[in-house]
Ligand binder design. Structure first.
Ligand code: SF4
Length: 219
């Protein structure tokens, strides 16, 4: 079973402590097609599963799957798991929010693609909000982007876990290309100097935000 799971896309199946499995249908920025929803419903009904669970991370999970039906469920449920190693969350942005200043969903997709080039010491949580209401909670993510009329705010080193940390703003009102350049430099510095498993928030606390700024912007 382990071999089968390892051949699937990243984070497609999670083994649970009670011997059951959770299957994670593929979603991007919280979106799912009508066909995929129908496939999920059919699988839940066919195998008498308890239903689905929606997570805080904009995912659907199908729990309580036994080893004997795991492969069938994975094959019938449509695409599963993630394409990119570091998932980026976003709010609705200009796709449907009247307050939006920027296209947060589009930027989140491009940021996921950009981040695939990095190999980081541990997980990275990123989010993009389309305006300063910050509905995607970007200031408490490792990388946060917030849309303004004249560009993007970039923050680094936020964390929403048990030791909450507000990210440090590295730049304001800059275009997307510049935001990606700054994120890339901050991540290069982090990847090179962080301890194993050290999240960006703890890293910034240890080395100081000035060290991050020097790495990004020079002396
Ligand atoms: S952050 Fe702004 S654009 Fe995004 S959903 Fe909230 S109000 Fe709308």
């Amino acid at each position: 079973m382990k071999e089968y799971i390892e051949k699937l896309p990243m984070r497609a199946v999670k083994p649970r402590g009670d011997g059951s499995f959770t299957v994670v249908p593929r979603m991007s920025q919280g979106q799912i097609s009508a066909q995929q929803l129908a496939d999920i419903q059919n699988v839940v009904e066919e195998y008498g599963l308890s239903g689905i669970r929606v997570t805080a991370g904009q995912r659907i999970m199908i729990d309580g799957i036994s080893a004997s039906i795991l492969q069938d469920v994975v094959e019938k449920v449509g695409p599963v798991g993630d394409v990119f190693p570091y998932k980026v969350h976003s709010c609705l942005g200009t796709t449907g929010c009247k307050l939006a200043m920027q296209d947060s969903m589009g930027l989140a997709e491009r940021l996921e693609e950009f981040l695939k080039n990095y190999s980081l010491p541990t997980k990275l949580k990123s989010s993009v909000s389309g305006c300063s209401m910050c509905c995607a909670e970007s200031m408490i993510r490792d990388i946060g982007l917030i849309g303004r009329k004249s560009g993007w705010i970039v923050s680094f080193g936020g964390n929403g876990g048990k030791r909450v940390r507000q990210g440090d703003v590295l730049a304001k009102d800059i275009p997307e290309a510049e935001a990606f350049e700054i994120i890339g430099k901050a991540l290069d510095f982090y990847a090179k100097n962080a301890k194993p498993k050290e999240r960006t928030a703890r890293f910034v606390e240890r080395v100081g935000v000035d060290a991050i700024k020097r790495a990004v912007f020079g002396e």
